[in-house]
Design a protein around this ligand. Structure first.
Ligand code: AMP
Length: 470
């Protein structure tokens, strides 16, 4: 594993530091050290080395790391180190995760890490009796691990107070947003004290995450653990420069004709819309061989698609980055990056799906002019160039554009367009009588007013009745 520390965008703070190589450098309490020894951990993982000083410093941080990199301990170790014993009833640390299973897993981990500490931790999640959880919360807790929905219910019913929260951890942010928890998360942000540290973890970086971070946090430091554990030399990487989406589809259709070489193809796209669009386009030719997974598909549909692909019944699987998470697919012949990932780590995660277990794998990257910049970022992360193949002559160049590719029409030279704030000049002719009229209000009311000498409204039957009685 190689660690990379760099800012996501200019609004993100940059930090340069050398990673800590040993737990001795962490300067942690004896109690934590005993727990580490019991667990048999000898050296910190890269994400732990990187995260420890930043989390200790109190700064906001987003860690890009997959499950299995030791990320739970990466945030728990500094949190436990700073969490002083307290009789405070309300929790001081809140950890939000997307699923019940992850709540249970995180609580179990915390229990192991805090074996020699006096820390109260509880997991709360939906689908179980809320009253039992209310009673447990009422006993007083230091750390609450929760799914967003149940957390919100507990806070609204006043069973749980978030006013003492000093540290907020959001784990698996990409899954969280993909499952549609954005609204719930922002609701929870509103209930939290402003003065708190935000610690986030995600396996992939997405536009949605960046948007969330830019909207709610400032000066967030990004730590990234690139999966260079995947031996790059096992993967033959190539790229094609392609003009647009439908030409990319034509190229893919062409390549897939070689069924022998392209016998198990994982195609990555960046979002659900592109996944569906590509699926439909490929269906015409490869109907019986293709399946698609993204978060709008039902769990059953996704499981069936993955099984059929893994068993070889379907040759082609179209997927988004988040959905392909944790899938242990064997012997993928090709990973096709149908679009160029904006975040180079995602490219590493994608191509790491092939070339596993000493097998040779192939990866292709399709990039447009606009995506060239992202390709360069990927190349600088890998410290190598991705060779470019010649675009096959027999592939038709499509002129069809997706809605995203359509040019935005800016009426820069429209002489009739009135610029905001610009005053209209006088008309160069006399206005006709019709155009000289000014708006007097509703014609009906004026006619009635003229007739009855008092304002009357249509349908005011009571007015007439009232006046009759008088
Ligand atoms: P996670 O990425 O948090 O899901 O952790 C993956 C696994 O790595 C868990 O089973 C941890 O117990 C284990 N682990 C975490 N930190 C270390 C370490 N420093 N050395 C060895 N194993 C670790």
């Amino acid at each position: 594993m190689e660690t990379v520390v760099k800012p996501i965008m200019h609004s993100f703070a940059k930090i340069i530091q050398s990673p800590m190589q040993s737990f001795d450098e962490f300067n942690i309490s004896d109690q934590l050290r005993y727990a580490i020894d019991d667990l048999g951990y000898t050296t910190p993982t890269p994400i732990q080395s990187r995260a420890f000083p930043i989390v200790m410093s109190g700064k906001d941080v987003v860690g890009i790391a997959q499950t299995g990199t030791g990320k739970t301990f990466a945030y728990m170790l500094p949190i436990l180190q700073t969490l002083k014993f307290s009789k405070e009833k309300h929790p001081r640390v809140l950890i939000i995760v997307p699923t019940r299973e992850l709540v249970v897993q995180a609580v179990e981990e915390i229990e192991k890490f805090s074996k020699y500490l006096s820390v109260r931790a509880i997991g709360v999640y939906g689908g179980t009796n809320i009253n039992v959880q209310k009673a447990a919360v009422a006993e007083g807790q230091d750390i609450v691990v929760a799914t967003p929905g149940r957390l919100y219910d507990l806070v609204l019913s006043r069973a749980l107070s978030l006013k003492q929260i000093k540290k907020l951890v959001i784990d698996e942010v990409d899954v969280m947003l993909d499952l549609g928890f954005r609204f719930q998360l922002t609701n929870i942000f509103d209930l939290l004290p402003k003065n708190r540290q935000n610690i986030m973890f995600s396996a992939t970086m997405t536009n949605d995450i960046e948007e969330l971070i830019n909207s709610f946090f400032t000066g967030t430091i990004k730590i990234s653990v690139a999966l260079s554990g995947t031996p790059l030399e096992n993967i033959e990487q190539n790229s094609y420069q392609v003009t647009n989406f439908y030409t990319k589809a034509n190229l893919l259709i062409h390549l897939l004709k070689n069924t022998e070489a392209f016998n198990k193809v994982l195609v990555f796209v960046s979002n659900k819309k592109s996944a569906d669009r590509l699926f439909e386009t490929l269906q015409e030719q490869y109907n019986d061989e293709i399946c698609v997974i993204h978060s709008n598909k039902t769990q059953n549909y996704r499981l069936r698609s993955i099984r059929q692909f893994d068993e070889g019944k379907n040759r082609i699987l179209v997927t988004t980055d988040v959905m392909a998470r944790g899938l242990d697919l064997v012997e993928i012949s090709h990973v096709v990056n149908f679009d160029t990932p904006r975040y180079p780590e995602n490219y590493m995660h994608r191509i790491g799906r092939t070339g596993r277990a000493e097998k040779k794998g192939k990866s292709l990257l399709f990039f447009t002019d606009k995506e060239l910049y992202y390709k360069t970022s990927i190349e600088s992360l890998m410290k190598m160039e991705i060779p470019q193949l010649e675009f096959p002559e027999e592939v038709e160049l499509s002129k069809r554009l997706t809605p995203d590719e359509q040019p935005v029409i800016k009426e820069r030279d429209n002489p009739h367009k009135q610029v905001q704030g610009e005053e209209r000049g006088e008309s160069f002719h006399e206005k006709s009588d019709k155009n000289l009229r000014t708006n007097q209000g509703g014609a009906y009311q004026r006619i009635i007013k003229a007739k009855y000498k008092k304002p009357k409204t249509r349908g005011d039957k009571n007015y007439n009745k009232r006046n009759k009685k008088k």
